[in-house]
Design a protein around this ligand. Structure first.
Ligand code: GLN
Length: 305
């Protein structure tokens, strides 16, 4: 398996030239466009790795899967989906356009920025630090990595420049979808996006989802079958932004990408995969990471459909 992964990294390396590193968050521009790596973790406890699998990157939108689990456990599914929908948008992840035109007014799903900001507003805690610490603790347990922390440079960079997210959040408070201090809610959102991980951490999140909310080895139960099924379903319908339909056809694996270049993939009752390649296609998905997952799925017959 290690050899197959090495070959997939090699054969997809050329794709990295065709994409671009995200630049709308200035600190992300420092990433090395050529980087490409993968970690695959299965439920038998095997880890297979290749390429730049231990390079650190920020989790970005992949965090939306984790905050969704926490928000549902904190509030119940009914409350959460009163404020955010379940439908794909066909628009870019940071699009503002449907916020005003959808009636009743709520973001279409929790995997786009507007929906994820609502989800962050629902995470419980005494204050903003307590809320973030609960999230951090959850992420560290799922990944079995106590060293996970935020990348301060990326966090501050996004906080300074994240006016589109700010605009959506203020609009949503105006129409009553979110309550409370908007800057505090955004602070939590920017922090969750700037959590620094590598492919192994992401593969572990995929494994946790594959294992229906039970952390392998420690056997700690942190979510349940229903919640993890719901997250994996959102990954299929909305996880690759407005490229989700095409990815489902081409690859057939629940996946969630982030503009930091990571893709989280989870194959139910089987394995978790983390890929990293900061060169992105025009929709914001890792161009090399997409290629690796496509070939891996074909080679090992991993499509769930
Ligand atoms: N932090 C990013 C943003 O809010 C996350 C977006 C993403 O990864 N697609 O714009």
């Amino acid at each position: 398996m290690n050899e197959l992964l090495e070959n997939l990294v090699k054969s997809n390396k050329k794709l990295t030239k065709k994409g671009e590193v995200a630049s709308y968050i200035p600190a992300l521009e420092n990433a090395n466009k050529d980087d490409l790596g993968i970690c695959l973790a299965d439920l038998d406890g095997n880890f297979y790795t290749a390429g730049d699998y231990n390079k650190k990157f920020t989790i970005q939108s992949i965090s939306k899967t984790v905050t969704l689990m926490l928000a549902i456990m904190d509030n119940g599914e009914k409350e959460v989906f009163k404020k955010v929908g379940m439908e794909p948008t066909g628009d870019a992840f940071n699009s503002i356009i449907k916020l005003e035109t959808t009636m009743p007014s709520k973001p279409l799903n929790p995997m786009i920025n507007a929906g994820a900001i609502v989800i962050s507003s629902l995470i419980k805690g005494k204050n903003k630090d307590d809320k973030f610490n609960r999230l951090l603790d959850f992420v560290r347990k799922i990944t079995r990595n106590q060293n996970i922390n935020i990348n301060k440079e990326v966090y501050l960079s996004e906080k300074r420049t994240g006016d589109r997210n700010r605009a959506m959040a203020y609009f949503m408070r105006d129409v009553g979808i979110i309550k409370g201090d908007v800057e505090d809610i955004l602070d939590l959102y920017f922090k969750q996006c700037s959590l620094e991980v590598n492919c192994v951490d992401i593969a572990n999140i995929g494994l946790f989802l594959a294992n229906e909310g039970v952390v392998p080895e420690t056997n700690e139960v942190l979510a349940n079958k229903y919640i993890t099924r719901l997250v994996k379903t959102f990954m299929i319908t909305c996880g690759m932004y407005n490229g989700s339909g095409e990815f489902a056809i081409n690859v057939g694996i629940p996946a969630k990408s982030g503009v930091g270049g990571g893709i989280l993939a989870s194959i139910p009752n089987n394995m978790g995969i983390g890929v990293y390649g900061p060169s992105l296609d025009e929709k914001g998905n890792s161009i090399g990471g997409y290629g690796i997952l496509k070939e891996l799925s074909e080679e090992k017959n991993l499509s769930i459909f």
